[in-house]
Write a protein that binds this ligand. Structure first.
Ligand code: AMP
Length: 116
């Protein structure tokens, strides 16, 4: 059997995380190493390694994931001022965890999108 990702262990509550929202499709929790005052990850409950692995069968789930991201932004009170949603892919995208997730970042001016 394949080894579970760290995010699957968070989803199944095998390891702790600050979970803010969960339903049958997605889970949202605070990033352990926040890069902004608000930094939340919205993760698919099923393991999809990268955005390259998205298929037409995932479209409804990913539309829902966006809705949950907006719900989280509203809940955190950052929707009006604005925020950034990011999906990293593979090496050049600096992806660290190979389990599909979207970063929700906000709570301050985030500056230019790509540095260096
Ligand atoms: P990425 O580079 O897009 O794969 O982002 C992975 C994110 O997961 C990073 O921002 C990490 O800080 C975060 N992360 C790693 N382990 C944990 C954990 N146990 N709980 C919450 N966030 C985590």
């Amino acid at each position: 059997m394949c080894k579970k990702t760290i995010f699957s262990k968070i989803i199944s509550r095998e390891i702790p995380a600050d979970i803010l929202y969960q339903d049958s499709l997605v889970t949202a929790f605070r990033d352990i190493n926040p890069q902004a005052p608000i930094h939340i990850l919205i993760v698919t409950n099923i393991e999809i390694p990268t955005v390259n692995d998205i298929t037409i069968d995932h479209e409804n789930m990913l539309g829902h994931l966006f809705s949950v991201a907006v719900k989280m932004a509203q809940q955190e009170g950052i929707d009006k001022e604005g925020y950034r949603l990011i999906v990293n892919c593979n090496q050049n995208g600096e992806q660290e965890i190979y389990h599909f997730h979207m970063h929700l970042l906000g709570g301050k001016r985030l500056g230019i999108m790509v540095s260096e």
